[in-house]
Write a protein that binds this ligand. Structure first.
Ligand SMILES: [Zn+2]
Length: 758
């Protein structure tokens, strides 16, 4: 529905200095939709934003029914800078910081124009609100061939017009008219309200609207499928266009770019230095002039001097840029290639190329992977190219410089082949490998088995990790809990309460250094699972050290019991076997079988973890379910267990033998075995202590008895030899022997006395 034209005169509006057709060409460089969104995110990053809110606002009056908002708290764009934003390829901050990706203006324009027809940028800085409306709807409707941009400005406190010296109030009003007609908002009050979305003292809000539609009338982006997320609509065909011809459409160039940048910066520098020389010669020329009045001359000389100092500053800046670029060209950059098998979904294979952390190309298949080869399918390669080496271009005319990108492709292919070699598969192994993860080969394609166990196996092959929203530490998400994880997931949301703490150790994914790939055997499912469980056990051990000690004590106690029982009768021995079994069975209630499986998923409580790590074989027995299902067997076990309890009942236990006899199976399940064993242990120890004390006392009495016997004998014996013979081995005598010996000596002594008396 073409609207009536507003005016035919936009000569006083700001111009983007480019033709309208360029705007369209520029937007088509973003084959990938999210790449276009990323451009706008990059802008926020470059503006030093700490906060960026991407939101979708419903508005049925607009094509596509939604406005996409990007609201950041960056430095904003000041009243004098706004005109720079719309000048294509112009970016004042770009060269100073080689790590930043975005060319502020260009990314915004090409990115937003890829997604929608219109973009409005609301920015706040230096107490000024600035609007920048770049609307193709406006340009088309007004029949404009130039890119004309409406940029009205307002004072933050009063929302009264802000009129810079270069602009008149007429132009301002004209611009406001355009904005009210072609923006989603129809009154100044509405516009002001939108500015309030910027909460801080500076920041930028970008609204993209009149979204592009697919042939079926849907938007290219799907706002409804998943809450709080934006997806690419399934009808979107970007993948085909991306992969159909790699050589034709190159977004990347190599070092050529760095050299070109340097060359153009050097030219810039030369120009500015020439200009500086020119101004200086003009000044010296003015000094010689005699035909002008002194006042006139002074004015002119001062003007030129001011210009000279400005130009000198600019030259200084450009010299620094040149130096940085020279350094960048000389610097050796290491590019790491990362390869891996995409076990969870082998269809998502291919090469992913990032540029300074930003995804540029994905699912790319270069030779040999592109040849539908069995061997290389399912392999994923990742490479992040530093900005200094390669950068995305927005201009298709740069195809001629694709040489270096082809080199990168070749390096990626070589790496892929090397990775496959390093995996050390035989020809048949690779097929077995995929089959073992539930894939079935069907001529040239693969299908996937719906078996949940195999799905789990695929999933466990690489643990799922997420970063905490607060502490940025990596955490493993238990299998089966993936759906509960949201973008703002925090440690305290961890389903295992033991790990639900930001102070726990980081668990980052390990990435093998690409330079030292070693031959590796592919682990079996059991090994993977065992590995995973070992990892969890380790965590559990770290967290429940105290429980482990308790558990150790329990083991000792059992050992002691069995030692004692060993000396008992044969019948008792049988009971012992039962008792051990039963004790291990106590913690295994019916519900525990499920909980055992949950162990994989960290949800086990502290107690359960310790159990499973200390008496794992018993767990397995229970899991097999033999005991659970037989009631008569249960009753038998229960009565045996009660016998055990009666037998071992510690003297200080709060249940009498009669109490224990009356316990039901349910009571036994809940029986506080831990306390029981602890009490038993304690009384056993006390008994030992008592006995040791008793023995020590006896020993002391015995020793003093020996000594008095010795004293007695010494008196009795005439010589040392006789004494030695009599006391030989007396220490080894038992109590009884010593007594007997003593008695006989006493008799001898009495006889001797009688003889003496006689
Ligand atoms: Zn945390």
């Amino acid at each position: 529905m073409p609207k009536e034209r507003l005016s035919s005169d936009y000569s006083r509006f700001s111009k983007a200095e480019l033709s309208f057709s360029y705007l369209h060409t520029n937007s088509t460089t973003h084959e990938f939709l999210f790449g276009a969104l990323a451009e706008i995110v990059d802008n926020a990053r470059d503006a030093g934003a700490k906060y960026l809110n991407i939101d979708v606002e419903k508005n049925d009056h607009l094509r596509g029914g939604n406005i996409i908002w990007f609201i950041d708290d960056g430095q904003g764009i000041g009243p004098t800078e706004v005109s720079d934003v719309i000048k294509f390829g112009r970016s004042s901050k770009r060269l100073h910081n080689l790590d930043s990706i975005g060319m502020y203006g260009n990314g915004l324009k090409s990115g937003s124009m890829r997604i929608a027809n219109d973009v409005i940028l609301l920015t706040k800085k230096d107490d000024t609100y600035s609007v920048i409306l770049l609307s193709r709807t406006f340009l088309e409707n007004e029949g404009l061939n130039e890119i004309v941009v409406a940029m009205p400005q307002f004072q933050v406190d009063s929302f009264r017009p802000y009129i810079p010296p270069s602009k008149s109030i007429d132009v301002h009003n004209h611009e406001v008219g355009v904005v009210l007609r072609y923006s989603p908002w129809k009154t100044l009050k509405d516009i002001e309200k939108q500015f309030h979305k910027i909460k801080g003292i500076s920041g930028t809000a970008v609204a993209i609207y009149n979204l592009k539609l697919l042939n079926n009338g849907d938007t290219e982006l799907d706002f409804k499928a998943v809450n709080n997320d934006i997806l690419i609509s399934s009808g979107n065909s970007w993948t085909e266009s991306q992969t159909d011809n790699i050589d034709k459409e190159e977004l990347l160039r190599f070092r050529v770019k760095a050299l070109k940048d340097l060359e153009s910066a050097q030219n810039d520098l030369k120009c500015i230095e020439n200009l500086l020389r020119e101004i200086n010669s003009k000044i010296s020329d003015l000094n010689k002039k005699t035909d002008k009045s002194l006042k006139e001359l002074n004015v002119e000389i001062n003007k030129e001097k001011l210009r000279a100092s400005q130009v000198a500053d600019e030259a200084k800046e450009k010299r620094i840029i040149c130096q940085n670029l020279e350094k960048a060209v000389r610097q050796t950059k290491v590019i790491s290639f990362i390869y891996g098998m995409k076990i969870e979904n082998r269809y998502q294979d291919g090469i992913f190329i990032y540029n300074c952390g930003r995804l540029i190309k994905m699912y790319q298949k270069y030779r040999p992977q592109s040849e539908l080869s069995l061997h290389y399918g399912g392999i994923v390669g990742i490479v992040d190219i530093p900005y200094q080496i390669l950068e995305p271009t927005h201009n298709k005319q740069d195809f001629a410089d694709a040489k270096e990108f082809k080199m990168l492709q070749k390096a990626l292919s070589d790496g892929l082949i090397q990775y496959y070699k390093d995996m050390n598969f035989d020809t048949n192994d690779i097929e077995d490998f995929w089959i073992s993860f539930g894939y079935k080969r069907n001529k040239q394609s693969w299908t996937i088995a719906p078996d949940p166990n195999l799905a789990k196996k695929r999933c466990l092959s690489v643990p799922k990790r997420i970063q905490c929203h607060d502490c940025f530490k990596w955490r493993i998400i238990p299998y089966g809990k993936f759906d509960d994880v949201r973008d703002d997931w925090r440690c305290r949301n961890h389903s295992n309460k033991q790990l639900a703490n930001c102070n726990k150790k980081d668990d980052p994914p390990a990435i093998v250094n690409g330079g030292n790939l070693k031959k590796q055997r592919i682990p079996t499912f059991d090994e993977i699972e065992e590995d995973y469980r070992r990892h969890q056990r380790k965590l559990a051990e770290e967290n429940s050290h105290t429980d482990m000690i308790l558990s150790d004590k329990r083991e000792q106690c059992f050992e002691r019991i069995s030692r004692i029982r060993h000396h008992s009768s044969e019948n008792d021995k049988e009971d012992l076997v039962n008792s051990n079994k039963l004790n291990k069975l106590i913690p295994k209630r019916r519900g525990d079988r499920q909980q055992y499986h949950d162990m994989d998923s960290f949800s086990a409580t502290k107690k359960r973890k310790t159990k499973s790590s200390s008496i794992e074989d018993a767990e397995v027995d229970v899991v097999s379910g033999e005991v659970d299902d037989d009631t008569s067997e249960n009753t038998k076990l229960a009565s045996n267990f009660k016998k055990c309890l009666e037998y071992f009942r510690p003297p200080k236990w709060n249940q009498s033998a009669e109490d224990i006899k009356r316990l039901t199976v349910q009571d036994l399940i809940r029986f506080p075995h831990k306390e029981f064993i602890q009490t038993y242990d304690k009384s056993l120890k006390k008994k030992f202590e008592d006995m040791r004390l008793e023995r020590d006392t006896t020993n002391n009495i015995f020793l003093s008895l020996i000594n008095s016997v010795k004293d007695f004998l010494r008196v009795l014996c005439n010589d040392d030899e006789h004494f030695a013979r009599l006391t030989n081995g007396i220490e080894n005598y038992s109590n009884e022997q010593l007594g007997r010996h003593y008695m006989s000596l006493l008799e001898q002594y009495q006889q001797q006395i009688q003889v003496k008396h006689e």
